[in-house]
Structure formats: C-alpha cells, structure tokens
Design a protein around this ligand. Structure first.
Ligand code: B4P
Length: 189
C-alpha cells in the first residue's frame, strides 16, 4: 500500500492536486474537508456540530475527524493506497493516523507539502468564495484559518520530518506545472 499525505495551508491546492493524483496513480482520496461538507449539506447531527467550527475557521474536534477517517480506512481495506487530503491537521490526528495504519500493517509512505505564499493563498480563496459560495472563505475567516494552520497544523510537518517522510514541492504556478513536480516526487516511491 502507498499512502500519501498531502499537506499545505488552507487554499494551497490540496484538493486540486489530490484529484489529479488519484486519477494518475489509482489511489483512494480521503478529504476530511469534503467529508465534513457532505455532512453539512446533509444536515446530519455531525454536520450541525462541525458547522459551528468550520464557519469560524476553527478545526473540528479531533475525535470527530479521527472517527470519520477510521471508518473510511476500514471500508477500503483492499485499496492500493490512500491520498490523505487535509488530514492530519493536529499532532493528535497524526498520532492516531499512524496507529490506524499500523493496525492495518501499513504506514505513511510520503508527506508531500505544497508550498504557497500567504498572499497567493488569500487570493485563491477569495476567487473560490465567488465561485463556490463557501461560508469559510470570507476575509475574516480566512485570516483565522491561516492563524490556526500556523499554530496547530505546522507541527504535523515536523512530526513527519522526524520520520524522514517529508518532501516540499512548490505550490506556486499553474495546476499542471505543480502537478509535474508532485508526480516527480511520487514516482520515486
Ligand atoms: P479543507 O476542505 O481541507 O479546505 P482548504 O484547506 O481550504 O482547501 P485546499 O488546500 O484543498 O484548497 P483547494 O485545492 O480547494 O478544509 C476546510 C475546513 O474543514 C477547515 O477550515 C476545518 O474547519 C475543517 N477541517 C477539514 N479537515 C479537518 C481536520 N482534519 N481536522 C479538523 N478540521 C478539519 O484550492 C483552493 C482554491 O485555489 C480553489 O478554488 C482552486 O481552484 C484554486 N487553486 C488551486 N490550485 C491553484 C493554482 N495552482 N493556481 C491558481 N488557483 C489554484
């Protein structure tokens, strides 16, 4: 099994690049953002709870997202591998993921970090707000999401650097040029 962890700030292009990775390499896409948004639009109990965090740009509690990922891994036990998109976002989530994968006799093969300048992140999310009407893409919420990312999520990169699994890739430029860099790294594993 090959398990890729796609890492980056909000709006770095994790969702965009994930779609291309799963198409080229035949892996299963697990995006906690997409799963949460599906719960929101289904107006489920989980969705109602998640909404209160997401609308403020805060992280949804660890126990909720870890439980969601656990279910998805179990459902796809025979998969060729996974692309984890937007998960883990805290050290607790990273430790839980390592344990879940170990229980399935596998592990993270690679952490691929998309590196994008902050001004470009804001620009992309502003454009997305116009297209997709996401309530967490307002200027104020975006500021908080970037702050939360710096405080709670960047330590996750250190966690995987210690395991020698981290590779940084430029997330600036066109979707295709970024994907060329991403593919070069994936081809090595
Ligand atoms: P996510 O859904 O993960 O949202 P994201 O980080 O903003 O998106 P991403 O990096 O995938 O950007 P995209 O490709 O869309 O999270 C949303 C919220 O859910 C979080 O704030 C949190 O509340 C909650 N959540 C999710 N996971 C959680 C977890 N594990 N724990 C707790 N809470 C969690 O790209 C952005 C835009 O840029 C798009 O419009 C795209 O078209 C554009 N774009 C992409 N690449 C481009 C390029 N090269 N040039 C120009 N534009 C580009």
């Amino acid at each position: 099994m090959k398990n890729i962890l796609l890492f980056g700030a909000p709006g770095a292009g994790k969702g965009t690049q994930s779609k291309k990775i799963i198409e080229k390499y035949g892996l299963i896409h697990l995006s906690t953002g997409d799963i949460l948004r599906a719960e929101l639009s289904g107006n489920t109990e989980l969705g109602k709870e998640a909404r209160t965090y997401m609308e403020k740009g805060e992280l949804v509690p660890d126990n909720i997202v870890i439980g969601m990922i656990e279910q998805k891994i179990k459902k796809n036990a025979t998969a060729k591998g996974f692309v984890f998109d937007g998960f883990p976002r805290t050290i607790e989530q990273a430790k839980a993921l390592d344990k879940l994968l170990k229980n399935n006799n596998t592990e993270i093969s690679l952490m691929l970090a998309l590196k994008v300048e902050t001004e470009e992140l804001k620009k992309r999310m502003k454009i997305r707000a116009e297209k997709e009407n996401r309530t967490d893409d307002t200027a104020e919420v975006i500021e908080n999401r970037i702050k939360v990312y710096k405080e709670k999520t960047t330590p996750v990169a250190e966690h995987y650097k210690k395991q020698n699994k981290y590779t940084g890739v430029s997330g600036m430029g066109t979707v295709e040029s970024i994907f060329a860099g991403v593919s070069l790294v994936i081809d090595k594993i």
